[in-house]
Design a protein around this ligand. Sequence first.
Ligand code: SF4
Length: 703
Amino acid sequence: MTDGARVATRPGVRPPREAATHCPYCALQCGMVLREAGERIEVAPRDFPTNRGGLCQKGWTAADLLDHPDRLTTPLLRDRPGGDLRPASWDEALDRVTAGLRAVQERHGRDAVAVFGGGGLTNEKAYALGKFARVALRTRHIDYNGRWCMSSAAAAGMRAFGLDRGLPFPLADLGRADTLLLVGANPAETMPPLMRHLADQRERGRRLIVVDPRLTATARQADLHLQPLPGTDLAVANALLHIALTEGWLDRAYVADRTTGFDEVRRTVAGCWPAEVERLSGVPVADLEATARALATVDRAIILTARGAEQHAKGVDTVTAFINLALALGLPGRPGSGYGCLTGQGNGQGGREHGQKADQLPGYRRIDDPAAREHVAAVWGVDPAALPGPGVPAYQLLDSLGTAHGPRALLVFGSNPVVSAPRAARVESRLRDLDLLVVADLLRSETAELADVVLPVAQWAEEDGTMTNLEGRVLRRRALREPPPGVRTDLAVLAGLAARLDAPGAFPTDPAAVFAELRRASAGGPADYAGVSWDRIDADTGVFWPCPDEDGPDTPRLFADRFPTPDGRARFRAVTHRPAAEPVCADYPLHFTTGRVLAQYQSGAQTRRIAALHRAAPGGFVELHPDLAGRLGVADGEEVRVVSRRGELRAPARLSPAIRPDTVFAPFHWPGAARANSVTNDAVDPVSGMPEFKICAVRVEKA
Ligand code: SF4
């Protein structure tokens, strides 16, 4: 039996002592250089088009985790429910996983095993994980935590443009925009080097407008801050289009020549009176008018959405409303203009292009498309009929675990749903109900703590690969050194399991070989990487997909002449405001919203362990307006309970006039009593499956 030996670099190539690579965290993928300096590894910023020589605190300290004492260097096994995890050999661990998977599938069928991936995995790992699920396990159940990041914008982009690429233009275009509208985005805290592009814009005297229920670090830099009630962005967008329509600011030639479906949108927004939207959202009519004018009466304008607008049970329609506005003003396809979405996770873009999503095959192909199945099956060397059909979105998958009709075994790669999933206590309970939970991670995350088998895997500086950043630019991640003894790459883990499961086809452990296969599998698909080679990436600052031909151009800017729809036109779609899934009431009279802080990343499993980041952001908190705190009799720093119908969190109050008096905020990076997702709502968008992280009804009490 072959395990797939640990391979962190290309065969025969000794890992360099200095590596020009990218930060392991967010989708900005800042360029950095790693250097071995005696026992230490130094991080230095590297000039790259996205970060222009900047890094945030998270990037500067990323190497602190490489030799962290919490690092896992041996597999762990739990011998009986409730027992402790104990060290084990790789053979014992992989045998246990294989036997468990076989037993579950023999008893309950192939779909009784599920796979849950992550938006931080490289393209090669995301591709291999999707292939492993469909070919080795032959289960339809695979999805990933990127579902909670980008899926609403992705679905809206597909619906309108026929393609989903976060930014359809290079990030540098932000600096060229005369007006930039940021909706539910706080890059000053989530990806600070991006603000350098906004500084370009400001230096030219251009306007920045921010839509956010909180006066965030980004909103403080804006010329105009709209502070709507959470969950009313869609109404705000429709009001902006109503004003543009009334004032005659539409680009009629663009609408006529490049789009379809505007008449229905015109009828819908005609009834979105700004005064009514002011009553609903709290945004003054004058600010709505100023925003519409600032977007419509300049040469170049860009509208960007992020999680604040997207993480709602109507996230797809909310993004659609802003796309409608952009199309009506004739923005997409012009340099320095357009609509885009700011991706969150490091490989949130690439992670959803190559097969981790329940309904997709590599190259952003649909798994229910017979031609797509045939193409990918040929690359994988299997019968198309043997490929499973589509699975279900992430929350639906997790919520079904261990139930009568749900999977009984789960493999988790690069994700920590115990902290990051909505209604997290319920998800935690579902995970406990499984017959077998396997977690591949570099640390004992909160999800790993529940596992029957934990597999220690390599970190970003220990393996080569590619990532696709928020611009759709494919980048090279370069290894500085090999993983420590006892640690394997995710590719090696998948290869070892595939061999034990007698899977057909090949599961290479060399990321270069996996990428070569990914190129063939994606060829001809919407996200076509066929012309993207590692050498080509190395020769420049990355390659923008689609890039079908190695000798042909890549595509930094999309939609210049046509949209990738059957008729080449973008599609308007009429959308209307609807209330949040859980309205406030006498028992739960406040709105609750979640987000991030500068010094922590996602579930915090990595950044919470870095001393400098822990000092900067040591724990959760509940932000509330001083007026609200006064009514509740709560002092700054006093512990409070935030209670919803699903659970509660406890954390110190942080009083701030930056938030609306009817809304409270908590960051979601911490587990335990401060876990914000104990409170959040698991209502999901019917199109994207995005949970409603950004609004639910709560009450706040002194603890
Ligand atoms: S976390 Fe994001 S913004 Fe910060 S250094 Fe890393 S890639 Fe750049």
